[in-house]
Design a protein around this ligand. Structure first.
Ligand SMILES: Cc1ncc(COP(=O)(O)O)c(C=O)c1O
Length: 427
């Protein structure tokens, strides 16, 4: 079978059996109701956060999978969601669908009562197909086609993000009376995957835009920010909330009463270095809200993506080649069958540093350059970051890339160089 054909079969939802003869569950299909699990499954967590989840370890020991393939333990997704809900009881959680839109994940979170932050009509339709009512959806992308806003409105969505006057006018034209929130620019200092510059506007502009929203007949609902993804500096939420309260006051002075703060995501996965616990985020955010809003607490929304699905997933990959280049650099080059075009896009600038396990672990290790299999010279994962792998590692050996549940399948190219997209299975 050609590799691309194999990958297509693996990805096709109705054929998830093709990749997982022994898959315990992988049945939620778009447009159909997910199977109801009457007894909720307690997640089996790895000994150390971000380690290999025990259920995935058992699964990969026997399942026949194409390579590379992402395996997601949906019980860990549920565990992460519930831990965040317990840690931030004042917040309404909108799962950021873009992090991983697998049917099983959306279905499970929908059953747990999550709302959903969506970026496109595709994500809105996905959530609706899983029975999520439109009042549990926000159209959180600040860059939307007017016809998509109109379609979302027709389908019942009434909450929209914006960060500019033209976007606001589109919403006013085709989604009259909707709740709108304005995204403000953030520095995103300390985030490993910053989301600065492209999204949001300057605070002074946000004040003018929200006042304009009211004048256009929209419901000027609140403001939003994102402190950057994989944000481990908890003081960033405090800074953002300090700014938020000043915007609330400025707008009050102009006769506009805001009611909501959307704090976006930023909650981390555990990669190579330790990260604060989710309860620590809850405490820091709760204290910051009290400090800045006191008795006038707004409605609070969070939109976690990475923090819910990241450490629930593991990519199983294979070594294609181990070689050397000669000259002064005696590091081995290890080429995997998973690279930048197979979902590992967040290795751009070596920003996200994944943990690796191999089937040869335990022996002597030596430094490596790690790269993907395609003909693009950008397809190098780590060249500057110090990675060491077993000296005995050879073609055909397995490599497990940990905490890859977020921002991988959807970043995978469709058929670059004829390689199939990253296969995935939920267990
Ligand atoms: C609007 C919005 N909300 C939430 C998220 C999720 O962020 P994270 O994965 O850091 O939780 C993103 C990420 O791109 C986003 O753009």
């Amino acid at each position: 079978m050609f590799a691309s054909e194999q990958g297509r079969r693996a990805r096709s939802r109705s054929s998830s059996k093709a990749i997982a003869k022994s898959a315990p569950s992988s049945k939620a299909v778009k447009g159909r109701k997910a199977p109801l699990r009457l007894v909720p499954q307690a997640a089996e967590l790895p000994l150390e956060r971000g380690g290999l989840p025990p259920k995935i370890a058992r699964y990969i020991a026997t399942a026949e999978l194409p390579s590379p393939c992402l395996i997601v333990d949906v019980d860990i997704v549920a565990h992460n969601f519930e831990e965040l809900a317990r840690s931030l009881p004042e917040a309404r959680i909108f799962y950021a669908v873009k992090a991983n839109p697998a049917d099983e994940i959306v279905a499970r979170l929908a059953r747990l009562g999550s709302a959903f932050d969506t970026a496109s009509m595709g994500e809105i339709d996905l959530c609706l197909a899983h029975g999520v009512s439109p009042d549990r959806l926000s159209f959180g992308n600040t860059i939307k086609k007017e016809r998509d806003i109109a379609e979302a409105y027709r389908k019942g969505v009434r909450m929209f993000a914006f960060d500019s006057q033209p976007e606001l006018e589109k919403i006013a034209r085709v989604a009259p009376g909707s709740k709108v929130y304005c995204r403000v620019l953030m520095e995103c200092e300390g985030a490993e995957w910053p989301l600065s510059r492209k999204f949001g506007c300057e605070p002074e502009m946000a004040v003018d835009l929200l006042a304009a929203a009211k004048a256009l007949g929209l419901d000027a609902y609140g403001i939003s920010f994102h402190v950057g993804s994989q944000q481990t500096d908890l003081t960033q939420y405090d800074k953002a909330l300090e700014l938020s309260v000043s915007l609330f006051r400025a707008l009050e002075a102009r006769g506009v009463t805001l009611r909501m703060v959307n704090m976006g995501g930023g909650f981390p996965s555990r990669y190579r270095t330790d990260v604060p616990s989710i309860p620590a985020y809850g405490t820091a955010i709760h204290e910051a809200l009290l400090r800045h809003f006191g008795d006038n607490m707004p409605e609070v929304i969070v939109e976690p993506g990475r923090g819910v699905v990241g450490d629930a997933g593991v990519i199983q990959a294979e070594v294609v080649l181990v070689s050397q280049k000669g000259g002064d650099d005696d590091r081995r080059w290890v080429y995997l069958d998973a690279g930048k075009f197979h979902g590992l896009a967040e290795t751009m600038d070596e920003a996200i540093k994944y943990r690796l396990l191999t089937s040869r672990d335990g022996g002597e290790t030596s430094p490596v350059v790690l790269a993907g299999p395609t003909c693009d010279s950008a397809d190098i994962l780590y060249e500057k970051t110090d990675y060491r792998l077993p000296s005995a590692l050879a073609a055909g050996d397995k490599v497990w890339i940990l905490a890859t549940g977020a921002y991988t399948t959807t970043y995978s190219a469709v058929g670059f160089n004829g390689f199939p997209p990253l296969a995935s299975v939920c267990i």
